[in-house]
Design a protein around this ligand. Structure first.
Ligand code: ASP
Length: 333
């Protein structure tokens, strides 16, 4: 009898505790934000920018954790499998959240089904950049140089499934290039090697390369966008040069699926407030980034974007990979 009442008392205490925990207003402790790439790269930079502001809105610290590897799929897998309690979220991108399923047969998450989407963080066009001492004076000359020398050249990217891998695959196949591919845990370390001259070229988010372009440590040939960037007024676009290669990247915040709707709404609201902050707006312009506006904010818009981008990029990638596989590697001639 005594044991039974003890058990009952214990059970009541557990239930009471659970209620108390549930009643704790969210967030009541720091939130981990997984960035599935190296620190200092595009996803990391934009995540830290909005996280700092979101911490102030939510009254709890957002702590960025860089979990690089496998083109970002290692970190996104960890995010998909985390407890859906709002204390582990992540920022993926067009690569991890759209292209990865076409590249990994055993991907452990489905970008459209394994997450509660929070919202788009930014859009940023890709830029075509090369090491500083590349002699080509413009994009036309650079393409001719690549076509004549690609077998001896190397292309740096952030791992299979990353945006730089996907945009490079499309770019290289479009121009018949088969360079050596060098994978990094993010485009921050890849860019370091481009600055150091260890690799020859990259197609990377303008967000990442603008500071180095401005410092004169790398060369830029074009922004792969329909319009010039305010922060790079002298850099032509592929469109105006008549080169058929336009490639826009994006980063987006997600939580594990089954995260309560109220929590997702709080995160989406805090993200939206960050995007309206004048300092963040000014920094976005400097970094060649655009924030989503109006109906493009929030969970529904991101869900739509993930689904449409998956449908768009899968055939493009498959075609580019098939073309690359069919092309004779120039080295073997
Ligand atoms: N977003 C990656 C990074 O932060 C780069 C990429 O996807 O290409 O390094």
């Amino acid at each position: 009898m005594r044991t039974r009442s003890l058990i009952a008392a214990f059970a009541a205490a557990v239930v009471g505790f659970a209620h108390a925990a549930a009643a704790q207003p969210y967030p009541s402790k720091p939130i981990t934000v997984i960035v599935p790439f190296a620190a200092g790269g595009p996803t990391d930079v934009v995540t830290r920018l909005v996280s700092e502001h979101m911490s102030r809105t939510l009254g709890q610290q957002l702590v960025v954790e860089n979990v690089g590897g496998a083109g970002g799929s290692t970190g996104m897998t960890r995010a998909a499998q985390a407890a859906p309690d709002g204390y582990t979220i992540a920022v993926g991108n067009m690569g991890t959240q759209s292209a990865a399923p076409a590249l990994y047969a055993n991907l452990k998450y489905d970008p459209a089904k394994s997450f509660a989407q929070v919202g788009i963080v930014n859009y940023t066009p890709q830029a075509i950049v090369a090491k500083k001492d590349t002699a080509a004076k413009n994009l036309k000359e650079f393409l001719a140089y690549l076509q004549a020398n690609h077998a001896k050249l190397s292309y740096g990217h952030a791992g299979v499934g990353s945006i730089s891998y996907v945009s490079g695959t499309v770019f290289n196949s479009k121009f018949g290039l088969k360079p050596g591919l060098v994978a990094y845990r993010g485009t921050a370390p890849a860019l370091n090697d481009l600055v150091g001259g260890q690799i020859d070229y990259m197609v990377d988010q303008s967000l990442n390369v603008i500071p180095q372009i401005k410092a004169g440590t790398i060369k830029v040939y074009a922004v792969a966008a329909p319009a010039r960037l305010e922060s790079l007024p002298d850099v032509p676009t592929t469109k105006e040069l008549g080169v058929d290669f336009i490639f826009s990247a994006w980063n987006a915040m997600v939580a594990p699926k089954d995260t309560p709707k109220e929590i997702v709404a709080k995160l989406a609201d805090a993200l939206s407030k960050a995007l309206d902050d004048p300092k963040i707006k000014a920094r976005y312009v400097e970094l060649g980034s655009t924030a989503p506006q109006g109906a493009d904010r929030g969970p529904a818009a991101l869900q739509k974007l993930v689904e449409s981008e998956m449908a768009r990029i899968t055939p493009v990638l498959k075609e580019a990979l098939a073309a690359a596989a069919a092309a004779q590697p120039a080295q073997k001639k």
